[in-house]
Write a protein that binds this ligand. Structure first.
Ligand code: BES
Ligand code: MN
Ligand code: ZN
Length: 506
């Protein structure tokens, strides 16, 4: 894990292996961004001209490496594009975050880099730190992982030094601490998503949660298959019963002695989604180890909130199962009795997420939280609707849904509100059960949300995040987003907990 420090040194005097500076896209060519003054001076004020000669434009994600002039202690200068230059020189947090991420990725294998990007306050410093620490990520093969060491492209950037931040200022110190904790938990969630599904079974995931609980003083309870059967968790059992790796339900709770509110978070944790008897065809199952990304996000968020000591209670529920076909698997046509007693006809065993989530939502509702959020890689339909980078935000309370959407935007995560049209419910009517787990194809992401709503306790404000698109990134890395697991929604969940702790939310 990369380390973060704040430095009082200038970009010229900092001893590092590289100095990162920002370049913006101006109307007449690249512009050197604020923060790089000392570096520009060492280049005799010709940095913009040199960059232009080298073909740099300042476009988002562009990186240009230069040998440093003698006035600098670092041997290399890395110029990173910030995108279009804002008129007031006020770069948005997300532009800073992405630029820092691109720079960190371009510096993989480097030991120590000073980031001399435009810092104006603790907020911008925090965004730069987050981007750098998220960009400095590489999947850390744990135990059984089989990557040939020789094929490894090298370690991520090890030391991130923020130049221009005030190390003795309380707000900056808090921002650095927050960025460190938040990015460590996001990177941990990415690792969990990237782990091969034969290494991360429901049981293994539960023991990872137990270990983290011990380390950070969280209460962790695990229901194994016997307890789930006895407890009436027909959804989780129904999905998990076809697998040699039995299911688990994990409750991981953080409490603050002075908390006034309790938030419950429920995460979909299908460690592998083969589709079950309604088997997915080849081409649709290669990335389905990512189907536990919701549970990984919930887990990461709860641990981050605990480490930050926020004044709010947060209870995480991880609904863990492996969806496999076998002689003991649920068949299309089976009826399951879900937690709480409602019955569900399983028409398609590949619509398994809503089954495990239904049980967990009903169980979480029993504790009557002030707010209930669930995170799930729930439907391909949401990916068709919103693409690969945006998660859908649905819910039973328009004001709360709007707050969550605004919180995502503030945290720098792409999200969009989606409706839950009531008329879709009747498509799930079943002649043999209270409802079926499938209805019509049109509006499939919304239909799944309406299914989940059946399990939300009366009067509890609830929001559902469908992260099927952004949870797993299959194409080339960009900004601070690597290939593979992304840690989608953790920043939103943690920011929401902070806002709740600060009394900003209902
Ligand atoms: N895990 C999938 C959804 C998914 C798709 C996640 C693509 C990430 C990327 C989910 O369990 C699923 O299979 N959903 C089906 C539901 C259908 C059978 C009603 C889908 O979306 O096709
Ligand atoms: Mn499925
Ligand atoms: Zn699934």
């Amino acid at each position: 894990m990369s380390a973060l420090t704040l430095s009082t040194s200038s970009a010229a005097t900092l001893r590092a292996d590289a100095i990162v500076i920002g370049v913006a896209k101006g109307p007449k060519g690249p512009l050197v961004a604020p923060g790089a003054e000392a570096v520009d001076k060492a280049f005799d004020g010709k940095l913009a001209t040199i960059l232009e000669t080298l073909g740099a434009t300042g476009a988002e994600g562009e990186t240009t490496k230069l040998p440093a002039p003698s006035g600098l202690k670092a041997p290399v200068v890395l110029a990173v594009g910030l995108g279009d230059a804002p008129e007031d020189e006020d770069f948005g947090h997300e532009a800073l975050r992405r630029a820092a991420g691109s720079a960190a990725r371009a510096l993989a294998g480097v030991k120590k880099a000073g980031f001399a990007l435009p810092v104006t306050d603790a907020g911008s410093a925090s965004a730069i730190a987050e981007g750098a620490l998220l960009g400095a990520y590489a999947f850390t093969p744990v135990d059984g992982s089989r990557k040939n060491e020789k094929a490894d492209k090298g370690a991520p950037l090890a030391d991130v030094v923020l130049v221009g931040a005030k190390p003795r200022d309380k707000a900056y110190k808090a921002a650095a601490e927050r960025a460190t904790v938040l990015t460590q938990e996001i990177n941990r969630a990415r690792d969990l998503v990237n782990l091969p599904p034969n290494d991360l079974t429901p049981k293994e995931f539960a023991s990872v949660a137990q270990a983290a609980g011990k380390e950070h003083g969280l209460k962790v309870e695990v229901l194994d298959e016997k307890a789930l059967l006895k407890g009436g968790f027909g959804g989780i059992m129904g999905v998990g019963q076809g697998s040699a790796n039995p299911p688990r339900l994990v409750r991981i709770a953080y409490t603050h002695p002075k908390a006034e509110k309790t938030i419950a978070l429920v995460g979909k944790g299908i460690t592998y989604d083969s589709g079950g008897i309604s088997l997915k065809p080849a081409g649709h199952n290669e990335t389905m180890k990512c189907d536990m990304a919701g549970a990984a996000a919930v887990f990461g968020a709860v641990v981050a909130v605990a480490r930050l000591g926020l004044r709010v209670n947060v209870t995480g529920w991880l609904a863990l199962a492996e969806n496999m076909p076998s002689g003991s698997a649920t068949r299309p046509g089976d009826v399951l009795r879900m937690y709480g007693g409602k019955t569900c006809e399983v028409l398609n065993t590949d619509a398994e997420g809503r089954l495990v989530m239904g049980d967990a939502l009903a169980r979480a509702s029993e504790e009557n939280p002030d707010a209930l959020l669930d995170v799930a890689t729930l439907t391909g339909a949401m990916v068709l609707a919103l693409g690969n980078r945006t998660f859908g935000v649905m819910g039973n309370d328009d004001a709360f849904r709007t707050s969550v959407y605004e919180t995502a935007e503030e945290a720098g995560e792409q999200a969009w509100p989606m409706p839950l049209p009531a008329e879709l419910r009747k498509a799930m009517d079943s002649p043999v059960a209270d409802f079926a787990n499938m209805g019509e194809r049109m509006g499939g992401g919304l239909l799944a949300g309406i299914f989940l709503q059946e399990f939300v306790g009366e009067g509890i404000p609830w929001v559902h995040l469908d992260i099927a698109g952004p949870a797993y990134h299959e194409s080339a890395p960009y900004g601070y987003t690597p290939k593979g697991g992304t840690g989608s929604s953790i920043r939103t969940l943690v920011r929401l907990a902070e806002r709740t702790a600060d009394g900003e939310l209902g």
